[in-house]
Design a protein around this ligand. Structure first.
Ligand SMILES: Nc1ncnc2c1ncn2[C@@H]1O[C@H](COP(=O)(O)OS(=O)(=O)O)[C@@H](OP(=O)(O)O)[C@H]1O
Length: 402
């Protein structure tokens, strides 16, 4: 799924330092260092952590919800700590849109006794995940407001989800000035065949990723939500990203300075459809299960925030924003940069139908800072390929059909 037009974006690790490939260190330092922390912000990047401090993590990376930004943070944390990643045998996802299965995970590398982090795209199956990850693993995911999610999913997957592609074709065949999204929403049932394997993201995409019955409400739906609530220690909310990160940091025992991020995988403005109220209502109606799902976990989120302490959360979000801003100033020369103006290493892959913007890294950094800052802005596919190579000393495989 979405893989046939994907090619390995880089040769091996293309410039990111690895233990197995030390000559390729021209981008800059290994993130692992034994230097003692000081009061300097920069040193906080390199705190050597003891792996056993952080519990194992499963991150369900839902589509177009801010998941790449969270995954990048987990990649950086894991790489620095020498974590073992549960990677798919092939590509950067677990045979999506099929459900996750334990046998899709590549073998444990020699010297590792367990997987520490699993965060590649998948469709959820909690029981199968429990076969791979130890019983103390923390399950997290992220949801985004359903109208924004669907608008982004439609735009990004308008060629690869058959229902969207048909609407796009229908729009091209008419002379009107309606957007493809409006054409789709006027009569979604005409374009959406529930039996079509690749139409999972075409309706209630977040419910689909969470393994729910995303086609229609049924009597077990609310019970299924409760099971999910029991399975996930944290469901992050994209609209409250920084609050979510503070709660994530508490679960993973991370300092606020370790939660710095830049927004990844943003579409160019030309690919964003502005929505009027009528269109928003149509999106909510078509994705009514995602609306239920989001509203349910939004409430759960604020209950968790209340247990953490709202005043404490507000204070820590302030500190997180301040330290993140310092790190961004240090690392990022320019954000919202079109792909043709970015170097290969930091250019987001353009496998979807929308243009994805990236970040330019500051020049004249120390080698070590350059290593950190490059990782901060690194897109999913490059970072995935790099970590896979580092873990197995071979390239990440292409999809078996290729
Ligand atoms: N921190 C934060 N807060 C809120 N929103 C964020 C954040 N980081 C990324 N984004 C937005 O999430 C969209 C990309 O999501 P994903 O990375 O999950 O996409 S993908 O499924 O991996 O392609 C993409 O949305 P659109 O630009 O609307 O498409 C990003 O802009």
């Amino acid at each position: 799924f979405f893989v046939n037009n994907w090619k390995m974006p880089l040769k091996k690790t293309d410039g990111l330092a690895t233990d197995s490939n030390p000559q390729q260190n021209h981008i800059g330092g290994d993130t692992r260092s034994s230097s003692a922390p000081s009061e300097n912000d920069a040193d906080l990047f390199y705190i050597q952590r003891i792996r056993t401090n952080s519990p194992p993590v499963v991150f369900l990376k839902t589509h177009r919800t801010g998941g790449s930004t969270v995954q990048n943070l987990l990649f950086r944390m894991g790489e620095r700590d020498g974590a073992t990643f549960a990677f798919p045998h092939h590509t950067y996802h677990f045979n999506y849109p099929q459900r996750f299965r334990a046998e899709l995970v590549d073998k444990l590398p020699s010297g590792s006794s367990q997987y520490d982090i699993l965060c590649s795209h998948m469709r959820l199956d909690v029981e199968q995940l429990k076969k791979v990850m130890s019983s103390n693993a923390i399950f997290i995911t992220i949801l985004r407001e359903p109208v924004q999610t669907f608008e982004s999913v439609f735009s990004y997957y308008s060629s690869s989800v058959p229902a969207f592609a048909s609407a796009k074709k229908a729009k091209a065949e008419t002379s009107g000035n309606k957007s493809a999204l409006s054409v789709f929403l006027d009569s979604p049932q005409t374009f959406w065949d529930p039996k079509e394997f690749n139409n999972g993201l075409g309706k209630n995409p977040m419910s689909f990723d969470l393994g729910l019955n995303s086609r229609m409400w049924n009597s077990s739906w609310l019970a299924d939500l409760t099971l999910l609530e029991e399975a996930f220690q944290l469901v992050m909310i994209a609209e409250h990203f920084d609050e979510s990160l503070v709660l994530l940091g508490a679960l993973l025992k991370l300092e606020l300075e370790e939660l710095a991020y830049v927004r990844l995988n943003s579409r160019s403005a030309k690919d964003i459809t502005l929505l009027d109220e009528v269109t928003k209502v149509k999106i909510r109606t078509w994705n009514n299960l995602d609306v239920l799902l989001y509203d349910f976990f939004l409430q759960v989120f604020w209950e968790k925030a209340g247990q953490y302490g709202l005043e404490r959360l507000r204070r820590e979000v302030g500190l997180l924003r301040a330290s993140t801003e310092r790190i961004r100033q240090k690392c990022v020369a320019k954000s919202g940069v079109p792909p043709d103006q970015l170097e290969d290493l930091v250019r987001p892959s353009q496998i979807g139908s929308a243009t994805i913007l990236g970040h330019q890294v500051q020049r004249n950094l120390t080698k070590q800072d350059q290593g950190f800052c490059t990782r901060l802005v690194l897109h999913e596919l490059q970072y995935h390929a790099h970590l896979y190579y580092q873990q197995y000393a071979r390239d990440m495989g292409l999809a078996p059909t290729q």
